[in-house]
Design a protein around this ligand. Structure first.
Ligand SMILES: [Zn+2]
Length: 313
């Protein structure tokens, strides 16, 4: 399944994908990101393509029925219809997003406004969330052990710029010690109470799972949660602890949190409302090796029912 081609900037430039608009369009069509044929909305005839200077894409669809003559943009029904940026710019933007380039840097390299970069990144994270729905399921099981933990993502001191104290923002998740399957969610504003951690756990962890946590009081009743038969193992966090059976290191969960929060740190001050989508991007990205993220996000767009371009190429 792994892509044998190194889909890096050099490759995109060498193939003309980011230097020649026609080649860019051909690339997007090949990957079913733009339609290769279009039916006229007015009369149902098959439309043909024509050159135009009226759009930046240089091409449009035209109905040849002499009474109809309807035109349509080549982006019609596609994911790219969401933006006014050029197609080449959007390919470059998607590439940088996939390689986790900070927004400031993308803005400099691609000469695109921060606002447009933020919008496109939001659209791409929606794709991640949609793509995850089919793959996300509860983790663990009677023969599994998971490490659960909470982590704070923002805790500004009282009296910040607006003079209002900002409450701690917590995320909560777990990693399977062997399969490395994981979930992570934003904790409701009421904080890491037993009720909140329990509700998230019941939705994300299968019955009979052994759950490892630290000695935090909210976990005290964990083995009774929801009649799920969870087995609770309380571990006193130690940086040097290695599980003798699974060889799972405390550092593994620490690195899970570091990676989850890395994305949030790349953006200065992600609003609470957007955190779930960043966590989805994180969960999505850890399914694939880093170098595949660009092609994988293009595949996820093509597979999204909203932007389905048909199976023909
Ligand atoms: Zn027509």
């Amino acid at each position: 399944m792994a892509n044998p081609i190194k889909m890096n900037m050099r490759y995109l430039a060498r193939m003309g994908i980011i230097t020649d608009l026609d080649k860019c369009i051909a690339f997007l069509r090949k990957h079913r990101l733009l339609a290769s044929r279009m039916d006229c909305q007015g009369c149902g005839s098959i439309m043909t393509e024509e050159r135009t200077s009226s759009t930046a894409d240089g091409l449009r669809w035209r109905c040849h029925d002499s009474k109809c003559r309807t035109t349509a943009t080549i982006r019609k029904n596609s994911f790219f219809e969401k933006s006014n940026l050029g197609l080449i710019q959007l390919v470059i933007l998607t590439y940088y997003w996939a390689s986790r380039t900070p927004q400031r840097r993308i803005s400099f390299e691609a000469e695109i406004s921060k606002r447009a970069i933020v919008d496109w990144a939001n659209f791409l994270r929606e794709i991640c969330s949609a793509d995850l729905i089919d793959r996300k399921g509860p983790i663990g099981g009677p023969n599994s052990e998971i490490a659960a933990d909470e982590s704070v993502v923002a805790r500004r001191k009282a009296g910040n710029r607006q003079g209002r104290p900002v409450k701690a923002v917590w995320i909560y998740g777990a990693v399977d010690l062997v399969s490395k399957e994981a979930f992570v969610e934003l904790v409701p504003e009421s904080g890491r109470t037993t009720e909140n951690l329990k509700e998230i756990t019941l939705r994300n962890v299968r019955a009979g799972t052994t759950i490892r946590t630290d000695a935090f009081s909210s976990y005290r009743s964990l083995s009774d949660w929801g009649g799920m038969g969870y087995k609770h193992r309380v571990i006193n966090h130690s940086l040097h602890y290695v599980d003798p059976v699974t060889l799972f290191h405390t550092n593994d969960i620490e690195s899970f949190w570091r990676q989850a929060k890395e994305l949030l740190k790349l953006q200065n001050g992600v609003s609470r409302r957007l955190i779930p989508s960043y966590l989805d991007q994180f969960l999505w990205s850890r399914m694939y090796p880093k170098e595949d993220h660009f092609m994988r996000i293009l595949e996820a767009i093509a597979a999204n029912p909203k932007y389905y371009m048909g199976s023909e190429v």
